[in-house]
Ligand binder design. Structure first.
Ligand SMILES: O=C(O)CCC(=O)C(=O)O
Ligand SMILES: [Fe+2]
Length: 309
């Protein structure tokens, strides 16, 4: 079946498709100029030994390790918070708060203002295990968060594509029962597998074009395949947003204090910053890297599909 894509002026159809299938693709949404500015900044940092980021796949502070083809192996969690690397984090953030993307997001949520909760960057595809985002993060009340996946280049089918299981947002939702930590992560992954087997869902893979954006629901099961041809990267970003009038789920100060926020280049988007702000969290990354090195500490949990096979 050919990939169904919408253009940004098809507001009602976009929303209808999202409601039916739990995801929707809008083509040519992010401008090539913004993408190029970010990729240029990325090319500069990726060779630096001093560049430390929090790895999304292994959940550890990590230095860039390049494949022979020149792609960073690990994916990054919260790259927009790497404030010591200003042109990198700033140009990345500009992509994630882009006006056209946020307009499309507003069509889906019905809200004009949003809070970005999380963001990621992928170069070489780290295959991601099947999951529902709701287990990790969501809005409160739940189900109102929307996530976005941004293609920063034309993605080859062997690059290790992002995939979703259409319609799975209408099935069962697996809750995190371990509270603030992720100690039940292994049983979560098993429960998702059971859901997939019972639901008989199709895996739909997305070799999208540069500038296309895929939005998905927090209950939709999704992940990414392993790369099968090292010549191809899958340069992409993801981010998760919820309407500003709601609260974040699992927040420590859910009931009492409002969450700490910072401004972005788009007046309609604020960014959620847990802890002490991005400069401090950037400094803490280096400290954590040293502590982990000394203690040989492992991750809290792991997102690599290879770890579960
Ligand atoms: O692109 C990937 O491999 C996974 C991204 C993801 O699951 C997310 O952003 O929620
Ligand atoms: Fe996810």
């Amino acid at each position: 079946m050919p990939l169904k894509k919408f253009s940004q002026d098809q507001g009602d159809l976009i929303k209808e498709y999202y409601n039916s299938y739990g995801y929707v693709v809008v083509e040519n949404l992010l401008s090539p100029a913004k993408i190029q500015t970010f990729l240029n900044a990325y090319e500069k940092v990726k060779h630096s030994r001093a560049f430390v980021f929090f790895s999304q796949d292994t959940h550890l502070p990590t230095q860039p390790k390049l494949t022979p083809e020149g792609f960073i192996e690990n994916s990054m969690l919260y790259p927009a918070d790497l404030k010591f690397w200003r042109s990198f984090s700033q140009s990345l953030e500009e992509c994630l708060v882009d006006e056209s993307v946020i307009d499309a997001l507003s069509r889906l949520t019905g809200a004009s203002d949003h809070i970005m909760m999380q963001n990621m960057f992928f170069d070489r595809s780290t295959g991601t295990v099947e999951h529902q985002d709701h287990y990790y993060l969501d809005s409160n009340p739940p189900g109102k968060m929307v996530a976005a996946w941004y293609a920063l280049e034309d993605i080859h089918k062997d690059a290790g594509c992002f995939f979703v299981l259409p319609g799975s947002h209408k099935g069962k939702v697996i809750e995190r029962s371990s509270g603030a930590n992720f100690s039940d992560h292994d049983s979560f992954v098993k429960a998702i597998n059971t859901l997939i087997n019972e639901g008989g869902y199709e895996y739909r893979s997305f070799p999208l074009k540069r500038g296309d954006v895929l939005f998905w629901h927090p209950y939709t099961i999704h992940g990414a395949f392993n790369n099968t041809d090292p010549r191809y990267s899958r340069k992409s970003l993801t981010a998760h947003y919820y309407p500003s009038h709601l609260k974040p789920l699992y927040s420590k100060d859910e009931a009492s204090k409002p969450p700490k926020l910072r401004k972005s280049a788009n007046p309609h988007v604020q960014i959620l910053k847990s802890g002490f702000g991005p400069y401090v969290s950037n400094a803490m990354l280096y400290l954590k890297a040293i502590v982990n090195y000394v203690r040989r500490r492992g991750p809290d949990y792991d997102m690599r599909r290879n770890s579960y096979t």
